[in-house]
Design a protein around this ligand. Structure first.
Ligand SMILES: [Zn+2]
Ligand SMILES: [Zn+2]
Length: 174
């Protein structure tokens, strides 16, 4: 846990209520993202990449947490700028719980999503470590703040693609 998390007690990033990274009231008001294809962004059952959108043979699933508007994103950016990542971890674990991903995570190799931004890549690395997979080959999970560049994602998947991988799961907060 970053040092700053100890110095400052958690406080809701949106309404400043003490004791929460983001309080349930505020979180309820952020629209949840519907399962969608990570390539074309259109709705897709279970977040499976559409056949016509697919760029790899391995099934690629995407789970995205929320559709954040600028107001929320600004508050999160502030935290990221200060290297306070606890709210990001909190959001990630909300997704893990809601989507019942615990078992899948325990059997997967976890990678941080590449990013050209050092700040974002550092955050993604932190999120990947937080998930603490078991380095088993059953599954492959890529985790990150958000999918910014499909080209970078394709490059990364190309670099890790192995015949033994059954599916690749992409987890992003927003
Ligand atoms: Zn709040
Ligand atoms: Zn699609």
């Amino acid at each position: 846990m970053p040092l700053l998390d100890y110095i400052f007690p958690p406080q809701c990033a949106i309404c400043s209520r003490v004791g929460y990274e983001i309080c349930d009231y505020c979180l309820l008001h952020i629209p949840k993202a519907l399962p969608s294809c990570c390539v074309c962004k259109r709705i897709s059952t279970y977040g499976v990449t559409h056949k016509e959108c697919s760029f790899i043979d391995t099934p690629l699933l995407s789970i995205k947490g929320w559709n954040m508007d600028d107001r929320y994103l600004r508050e999160l950016e502030k935290k990221k700028g200060l290297n306070i990542y606890s709210i990001y971890r909190y959001l990630l674990f909300k997704i893990v719980k809601c989507s019942k991903l615990e078992e899948k995570i325990s059997k997967s190799v976890i990678y941080p999503m590449y990013s050209e931004s050092k700040d974002i890549f550092n955050l993604n690395k932190y999120l990947a470590v937080s998930l603490n997979g078991q380095r088993k080959k059953d599954g492959t999970i890529l985790v990150g703040e958000s999918l910014i560049s499909l080209d970078i994602l394709k490059e990364q998947i190309e670099s890790i693609k192995k015949d033994s991988i059954k599916e690749i799961l992409l987890i992003t907060l927003y």
